[in-house]
Design a protein around this ligand. Structure first.
Ligand SMILES: Nc1ncnc2c1ncn2[C@@H]1O[C@H](COP(=O)(O)OP(=O)(O)O)[C@@H](O)[C@H]1O
Ligand SMILES: [Mg+2]
Length: 111
């Protein structure tokens, strides 16, 4: 039975008991509390919620840009530790120089 379950369930991303607290200018802000989430292979997920509910914070943890205050964020069973080629992020606002082409945008940093 366990074997069958393992075959059916292929968690790619796992969030376990995630809390994230920011130390904001006006004190501590709890952005995420007790978040648990499994994303399966091939699954397409939308995160919906009002402004300030923690959507970007959640995505930043999965991307590896933020470390959770408590809990584990894993990809394929390994703790997410920083950004990785395995996890691409398209930002809400463009982060490219619109007057440069793709080659010049990519080579701007290393230049
Ligand atoms: N760098 C930060 N410092 C302090 N508070 C923050 C910071 N970033 C986000 N927050 C707060 O955390 C909560 C969740 O924010 P966020 O993840 O950006 O929500 P959403 O993307 O759903 O609008 C909000 O209350 C927001 O004000
Ligand atoms: Mg946001």
């Amino acid at each position: 039975m366990e074997e069958i379950l393992n075959e059916v369930s292929q968690h790619v991303v796992t969030l376990e008991d995630i809390n994230l607290r920011y130390n904001g200018e006006r004190g501590e802000v709890t952005a995420l509390e007790n978040v648990n989430l499994n994303i399966e292979k091939g699954e397409f997920i939308c995160v919906l919620g009002p402004s300030g509910c923690g959507k970007s914070t959640l995505l930043n943890i999965i991307a590896g840009f933020l470390k959770p205050t408590d809990g584990d964020a894993k990809m394929n069973g390994t703790n997410i530790d920083g950004a990785s080629w395995e996890r691409a992020v398209v930002f809400q606002t463009p982060t490219l120089y619109p007057w440069l082409n793709i080659h010049d945008n990519v080579s701007f940093g290393p230049m």
